[in-house]
Design a protein around this ligand. Structure first.
Ligand SMILES: C[S@@+](CC[C@H](N)C(=O)[O-])C[C@H]1O[C@@H](n2cnc3c(N)ncnc32)[C@H](O)[C@@H]1O
Length: 255
């Protein structure tokens, strides 16, 4: 192992407990683009990772050149739950909760907050964070026990937690704003313009919207769906709703 690799492992061990694992090249690329503080990044193949950066992400190639330390493949594999094809992993500082809560509470808002009410599936949560980042949503709030910063969620979100705000809150603690809750029994979404300051709330994969969330909701909205189909997947429901917001006048800052 090179001296740089040994040093990187010391830094890794020092930060592993407090930091967020960025698993794979794309997660690291996104985190750097959106301003994450990355104390350490390692790879089993530095030349391949930098070649990938040159091809796919020239904007962060220099940053990666300065950051990436090469370690033996088996050392890299020991640092991650499941080796990623790009053999890249990094640790990033988790943004402060106080700053996140300030951003969520700030009004006027230029884009909605997505609320996942007691989600159960880590992959769904990651996919929703990626959607929120892509649509420039103000943030994603989860209620319930799922940790939205769990490594599997960060992996599913491709490191885009750093492109939006991600916090866990109770229903009583939700930020201000009208709550538009999505439910197959609601009014047809197609006739509604979603305001930029909306909280767009989605129910759990298993049981839909909780009693508490329904009580806080100002509107119940349905996605168009054929009779006899019970429901859509959670993340695809968020995708359709954010797209509807963008297509009816929101997200004017997006390409
Ligand atoms: C997999 S569904 C939940 C299904 C659950 N068995 C139920 O009883 O509602 C997860 C969430 O996606 C949203 N969703 C799914 N299909 C929808 C539809 N057709 N209209 C509005 N929201 C929908 C809702 O927020 C729902 O709570």
């Amino acid at each position: 192992m090179t001296g740089t690799g040994t040093d990187a492992l010391h830094v890794w061990r020092r930060h592993a407990d407090a930091c967020v694992l960025l698993d794979g090249f794309h997660a690291l690329k996104h985190a750097l683009r959106f301003g994450a503080e990355v104390p350490v990044a390692v790879t089993g193949d530095r030349a391949a990772a930098l070649a990938l950066a040159g091809e796919l992400a020239p904007d962060v190639r220099d940053a990666l050149d300065g950051l990436l330390a090469e370690v033996p493949q088996e050392t890299y594999a020991s640092l991650v739950p499941r080796p990623h094809p790009t053999a890249v992993a990094a640790l990033a500082v988790r943004p402060s909760r106080a700053a996140g809560l300030r951003k969520l509470a700030h009004t006027p808002r230029s884009a909605p907050v997505v609320v996942l009410d007691n989600p159960r599936n880590l992959g769904n949560a990651g996919a929703v964070i990626r959607l929120a980042a892509g649509f420039g949503a103000t943030g994603v709030v989860t209620t319930g026990t799922l940790d939205p910063w769990h490594p599997t969620v960060v992996r599913g979100g491709a490191g885009l937690h750093y492109a939006t705000t991600v916090e866990r809150l109770s229903v009583e603690e939700l930020p201000p704003g009208p709550v538009f809750a999505l439910d197959p029994e609601g009014e047809d979404l197609r006739g509604v313009k979603l305001p930029d300051d909306a909280l767009l709330a989605f129910g759990s994969e298993r049981s839909g919207l909780s009693r508490e969330l329904r009580a806080r909701a100002d509107h119940l909205l349905a996605l168009p769906m054929r009779p006899q189909v019970s429901s859509y997947n959670l993340a695809t429901s968020v995708a359709m709703t954010l797209y509807h917001w963008s297509a009816t006048g929101g997200a004017t800052h997006l390409r």
